[in-house]
Design a protein around this ligand. Structure first.
Ligand SMILES: Cc1ncc(COP(=O)(O)O)c(C=O)c1O
Length: 407
């Protein structure tokens, strides 16, 4: 068994060297078999498997309503376009303000802009990398009508209090949970707090179907609206509004439908989520233990610990270098890369540094984004595989990471 795992994890290149990839392929033979069944059935377009996945997902995460789409980005897009739709009661208007964390993914932010709202980029907490209630309170104005909260890499902030605050102020909460499927806050799954919540099944995430996503919402009206927006604005599936006419379009829309094969693979893999979560947690603890018991450990960096009320579902291990290594970060990451340890920024770093921010003339106040700056300058993450790490691999990895003080 151990040999098999080692073979999987220490992929040897031509020079026979160790390799610690950012993401390993988590698709099992069973997942693929489910995909093949769909191919054999020739039913490639969204159908029964998609419905089955939606039902199972909704039940498991105790969501009110949920609907599958072709990516997490599409789920975010639908959430924002539902909020501005003429069918939506108390809909948002052009220019309304929406708070967005500056440590964010591209498609957590752009749907806000695409929907004609005004994003206000705000700072995140240095411990959880997410926005917290204090920062929200400091930034909310009368113009604030929505908040995008991102649960970063399995972690969150005091999301129950954020939800209460948003309800009280009649502000919509969009919970981008694309990185945190399976995490529970006070025994409630993340992704069940927002008025709209998004999930991603992209290759590297907790559950993958290659590409795919899910959107959850709280009310039947919103659910029906999402269904029309997912498929061209068509009335198909919307009994309430169906007229005795084919090709009846009752709204604007997109085509964001998932493929049936993604649903089949996603559903099968989702059933293994808790097993994969516990292996990732085991690997995380193992790496941290090897680091902390090494004679070379001098607190060169800190880890990202779950919020006190959280039972996390990880997919990476974020690391924050001590401030004295800021200048060395690039050299150190190159060193890791040369030694076959793949790394990447925390989400995409401080998003205000991305060229697209200038292109769209998005305003921000750099002075108020100090934690985001720190996370950008000091942070990176490595992957956590869904097969158990051997001692040899975990130790080798720990020693390479500890080299930051020697470079
Ligand atoms: C926070 C966050 N939101 C949204 C997405 C988009 O998900 P997808 O890749 O499925 O479009 C990602 C993707 O990595 C993400 O990290």
């Amino acid at each position: 068994m151990k040999k098999k795992i080692l073979k999987l994890l220490i992929k040897k290149d031509n020079n026979n060297r160790f390799h610690y990839p950012l993401h390993e392929n988590a698709l099992s033979k069973d997942d693929l078999a489910e995909g093949f069944k769909v191919l054999q059935s020739r039913q490639l377009t969204m159908s029964k498997k998609t419905k089955q996945f939606e039902e199972y997902f909704k039940k498991k995460l105790k969501l009110n309503y949920c609907m599958m789409v072709n990516s997490g980005s599409s789920a975010n897009l639908l959430a924002l376009f539902a909020l501005i739709n003429p069918k939506k009661k108390n809909r948002l208007n052009q220019g309304d303000e929406c708070l967005v964390p500056s440590i964010c993914w591209s498609t957590s932010l752009w749907p806000v802009v695409q929907a004609g709202l005004k994003p206000k980029l705000i700072d995140v907490d240095i411990n959880t990398f997410t926005i917290n209630l204090d920062t929200i309170k400091k930034n909310v104005t009368k113009k604030t009508k929505a908040i995008v909260i991102i649960n970063v890499l399995g972690n969150t902030s005091n999301i129950d209090e954020i939800k209460k605050f948003a309800n009280k102020k009649k502000i919509y909460l969009i919970e981008d949970n694309c990185e945190s499927l399976g995490s529970k806050y006070k025994n409630k799954y993340l992704g069940s707090f927002g008025d709209f919540s998004s999930f991603s099944f992209y290759y590297s995430h907790q559950v993958t179907s290659g590409e795919g996503g899910m959107i959850a919402c709280k009310t039947k009206d919103d659910y029906l609206l999402l269904k029309t927006l997912r498929a061209h604005g068509w009335d198909r599936d919307i009994q309430k509004e169906r007229v005795n006419k084919k090709f009846n379009f009752i709204n604007s829309g997109f085509n964001l439908r998932p493929l049936e094969i993604s649903a089949a693979i996603g559903l099968n893999q989702f059933k293994r989520l808790s097993k994969m979560m516990s292996i990732r947690n085991y690997n995380r603890n193992k790496i941290i233990n090897f680091i902390k018991k090494s004679k070379n450990w001098h607190k060169q960096f800190s880890f990202f610990y779950p919020h006190k009320n959280l039972k996390p579902s990880w997919f990476g291990l974020p690391i924050l270098l001590d401030t004295k290594y800021i200048k060395k970060k690039e050299k150190f990451l190159n060193y890791l890369n040369k030694n076959k340890v793949e790394t990447r920024p925390i989400i995409s770093g401080n998003f205000v540094n991305q060229p697209a921010i200038k292109l769209y003339n998005i305003s921000y106040n750099l002075k108020k984004l100090q934690n985001s700056k720190q996370i950008d300058k000091r942070g990176f993450f490595i992957g956590l595989p869904t097969t158990k790490l051997s001692d040899i691999v975990a130790k080798k990895l720990a020693e390479l990471l500890l080299k930051v003080s020697k470079i």
